[in-house]
Write a protein that binds this ligand. Sequence first.
Ligand SMILES: NC(=O)c1ccc[n+]([C@@H]2O[C@H](COP(=O)([O-])OP(=O)(O)OC[C@H]3O[C@@H](n4cnc5c(N)ncnc54)[C@H](O)[C@@H]3O)[C@@H](O)[C@H]2O)c1
Length: 420
Amino acid sequence: MELGWWLVMAVAVFGARALLTVPLIVWGLVLAVAALDPIGAQSNAVFQSRLSANSGDSDGAAAKDNFRPLAATVGRTDSTYVEGGITILDEHRPPITQNVPPPQRGPALRICVTGGAGFIGSHLVDKLMSMEEGHTVIVVDNLFTGSKENLAQWFGNPRFEFIRHDVTFPLNLEVDQIYHLACPASPVHYKWNPVKTLKTSFLGTMQMLGLAKRVKARFLLASTSEIYGDPLVHPQAESYWGNVNTLGVRSCYDEGKRAAETLTMDYHRQEGVEIRIARIFNTYGPRMSLSDGRVVSNFVGQAIRGEKLTVQGNGQQSRSFCYVSDMVDGLIKLMNTEGIDGPVNIGNPNEFSILELSAIIRDVVNKNVEIDFVPQTQDDPKQRQPDISRAKAWLGWEPKIQVAEGIKKMATDFRTRIRG
Ligand SMILES: NC(=O)c1ccc[n+]([C@@H]2O[C@H](COP(=O)([O-])OP(=O)(O)OC[C@H]3O[C@@H](n4cnc5c(N)ncnc54)[C@H](O)[C@@H]3O)[C@@H](O)[C@H]2O)c1
């Protein structure tokens, strides 16, 4: 029977007044139970806030509540504040105390380096730890391509901490600056699990931006020249939007970094996060992986082992190579220069064809090795050279180390690791 008929029959049997008292009695019972159980309300609110913090909504208000004293989270809803069973309207809500310390602006900072166990990250950590300001450095790395050996010199130092953590999951830290480098960077590694590469680029950047927003830290994204794809403009200035294949085998990296840049800018525009975007061009130096398929490490390793240098295609494709100490100086300058509001290319503009590079490496490392021409990989860009006018003007930065000098330093490290 329809609800209307039930109501008519109930009014006929009990009278209208009796019928109205039933919901009032039920409502009174609900209020009484809530007043007797403040702990339940409290644990539910805390549970809800943790749930949102762990669900990837790292910038949500609920995630922010993780930093507040327990009392501030008791029984909160969006429009009311419930205390001891009494509902207080928004305008009477007591001020929320945050237990995040105000950001420190030097001289000694708390600095997080994601991907700090990797090639560039570990050199960045060396530099930050050695600076006279006495910074504290927290490395966050899942050791996918990085290694604790790269940081061995810092374990045991009270200003250094290592956290083994995958950046695609939430993380709460109290820091002043975040250098976000965590991401596989060489084609061999990023093509190995392209879905994970995209997740690391996007979700990892989202988690770290959420953290930066919560603790008001300055955030630097390690982006890449790969966002220019196979460029139609040469050299590449920051104003160039790029020419990227969205479907190719390298797209997981290129498009992942492009999305990471977009997210970084949107956190800046929408949430007011202080951000820096470094478009890093090919970098080389000690601690590069011996077998990551990147051209400089390939050639140096092959030359030391006395193997043929494998040049892809006809070797006329060009690259420019930045020594790692120059790169680290550029990143630190970018992080600490005020008034930056756009991406900055960091790289060495000296351009070489791959064939020219192989000749330099033969000269410096082993004159007896021969060249072997092999097929070119899919979507390999033909030209890559940074326009660093912006880095010069905004940061007063330009690279200092010439390729032959850098290759010599790198070969010393490779010899030790290859020959033991
Ligand atoms: N080396 C270059 O020439 C170059 C050029 C352009 C951009 N970059 C960028 O610079 C950054 C560092 O590059 P690199 O050459 O040092 O590479 P690398 O592989 O040596 O270092 C990357 C680090 O990130 C860590 N990592 C990867 N996925 C992670 C995850 N999900 N959670 C936590 N840690 C994770 C790895 O373990 C490693 O320690 C990368 O973001 C890369 O895209 C490098």
